[in-house]
Design a protein around this ligand. Structure first.
Ligand SMILES: Cc1cc2nc3c(=O)[nH]c(=O)nc-3n(C[C@H](O)[C@H](O)[C@H](O)COP(=O)(O)O)c2cc1C
Length: 173
């Protein structure tokens, strides 16, 4: 497990090939096993988007908003969109955190299988204002897309590396 944790990294280069359905299933199961605030699993939904036209449309929306050509999914052939049905008008900190836990589990499972993944929040947030695009996510009423994880084959090598990032730690004895 520690090897996988220290090997995980955001992959932004994909071959364009989809992963096997067996690997996809394992990765989704790992997402489903995540910790979720209040144990409210019913309020969460994973949507696997493998439709290239829809992926292109999200990217086109992003390019329009960014004012320059944008490829927020880096050529990944699939994304897992993570949506939540907020208990209030907008998702709360607990609901966003639950989405993050699911995304991390997906990313760790992908790493374990040598599959490329990257958490994508920006392009999903920027899609929220585009009603036509949102309809294409086919979300049940009341669901709100919070983030996504790219999935795809990659030639990038995973290598367990500690201390790649520094989050400060303070001890109070
Ligand atoms: C909540 C969250 C949102 C993120 N959104 C994006 C994103 O929109 N686009 C992107 O390329 N990376 C995104 N990332 C990936 C981070 O940039 C990346 O995890 C961080 O720079 C550390 O690099 P590493 O994942 O390779 O360890 C996101 C990560 C998190 C946790």
């Amino acid at each position: 497990m520690f090897n996988t944790i220290f090997s995980r990294k955001s992959i932004r280069e994909y071959t364009g090939e989809k992963i096997s359905s067996e690997d996809l299933e394992k990765i989704l199961e790992a997402g489903q096993a995540a910790a979720v605030g209040r144990g409210d699993y019913e309020s969460l939904l994973l949507t696997v988007i493998s439709n290239q036209d829809l992926i292109d449309e999200i990217e086109a929306n992003d390019s329009k908003i960014m004012g320059e050509e944008s490829h927020p999914f880096f050529g990944a052939p699939q994304i897992v969109l993570i949506s939540v049905k907020p208990s209030d008008t907008e998702p709360s900190n607990v609901e966003f955190a639950s989405v993050g836990c699911i995304a991390e589990n997906i990313s760790l499972a992908a790493t374990e299988l040598g599959v490329g993944s990257c958490l994508i929040w920006g392009a999903i947030r920027r899609a929220l204002g585009n009603e036509e695009l949102l309809k294409k996510f086919e979300l049940p009423k009341g669901y709100f897309p919070c983030g996504a994880v790219t999935l795809g084959k990659t030639n990038v090598k995973f290598e367990a590396k500690k201390n790649r990032h520094q989050i400060k730690i303070k001890y109070i004895d």
